[in-house]
Design a protein around this ligand. Structure first.
Ligand SMILES: Nc1ncnc2c1ncn2[C@@H]1O[C@H](COP(=O)(O)OP(=O)(O)OP(=O)(O)O)[C@@H](O)[C@H]1O
Length: 264
């Protein structure tokens, strides 16, 4: 089960209409192709505006692609039932506030999962599962239960979303700058958690502008520049012998890159 490509993008493009009356267009993602295998982390790196989040949103079906195809386990994702798709594929974003409805308590995300996906599960068993998922993301249940989103920190909300993904026992995670709101020790916990989940076969698209983090966590790396892939390959190769001038420039801007996250 650990083999095979899960997610595959083939010549995927996204064009936005911009300017007054949408008279102009800009190509945010330009014929992008790459794959993520089971149990693999692929990092998507590039400067702000290079199209990383747009790719993440298309994979999560929050946006449609103009051209190209995205398949998951061989199926075109636009043809799959959404509920079935989200049972396997989830996203955690940079800005966790936008993922919550401000009028609901934040931990309602868990009861919603139970209602939708596990209606028959015994309440006590479910409570234990929630407690264990919270523990996995180092969240104290007492600190988050019964709280509204505005009463929690960005890091706490982000960890709740990760716990939600864990409860669903998903196959694939789109992680868009997920560690940006976490303090250093929680960040290490979350990265270690991802490493455990990888061993269980989780595939991850790890979107980051932090090259050192990408280097630490991923098997393969995609470097994006103005919506195009300029480099794609094993992370070590991309970082050690970059072929493209843009990648060399990006790497040169991170002097500490090869310190490799000591102490992690
Ligand atoms: N809804 C939209 N309408 C018009 N243009 C958009 C829209 N969403 C994104 N863009 C543009 O597409 C380009 C790619 O944006 P995207 O958010 O994918 O970049 P990014 O690499 O994720 O950047 P960041 O690291 O800052 O999040 C940018 O130029 C952005 O302005």
């Amino acid at each position: 089960m650990l083999e095979g490509m899960m997610l595959k993008l083939q010549e995927v493009s996204k064009v936005f209409r911009v300017g007054a009356f949408g008279g102009k267009t800009m190509t945010a993602v330009d014929e992008v192709s790459f794959e993520v295998a089971r149990g693999e982390v692929v990092s998507l790196i590039g400067e702000s505006g290079s199209g990383k989040s747009t790719i993440g949103k298309m994979v999560l079906r929050l946006m449609s692609a103009q051209a190209g195809t995205i398949t998951f386990d061989g199926d075109d994702i636009t043809k799959l039932d959404k509920r079935a798709y989200y049972r396997k594929v989830q996203g955690v974003f940079q800005d966790p506030f936008s993922s919550y409805n401000p009028i609901f308590k934040a931990d309602r995300v868990f009861s919603m999962i139970k209602e939708v996906y596990f209606p028959k599960e015994d309440d006590r068993v479910w409570r234990d599962k929630v407690a264990s998922a919270l523990n996995d993301v180092r969240l104290d249940a007492g600190a988050v239960t019964n709280k509204f989103p505005h009463q929690l920190s960005g890091g706490q909300l982000q960890r709740l979303l990760i716990a939600r993904a864990l409860l669903l026992d998903i196959d694939f995670l789109v992680a868009d700058e997920i560690t940006s709101m976490l303090d250093a020790s929680t960040r290490i916990d979350v990265l270690n958690l991802l490493a455990d989940l990888k061993l269980r076969g989780l595939g991850v698209l790890f979107i980051t502008h932090d090259l050192a983090l990408g280097n630490y966590i991923s098997e393969r790396t995609v470097v994006l520049h103005q919506g195009r892939i300029v480099e794609y390959g094993p992370t070590e190769k991309v970082f050690e012998t970059p072929e493209h001038a843009y990648t060399r420039k990006l790497l040169a801007s991170v002097p500490q890159l090869h310190r490799k996250w000591e102490g992690v």
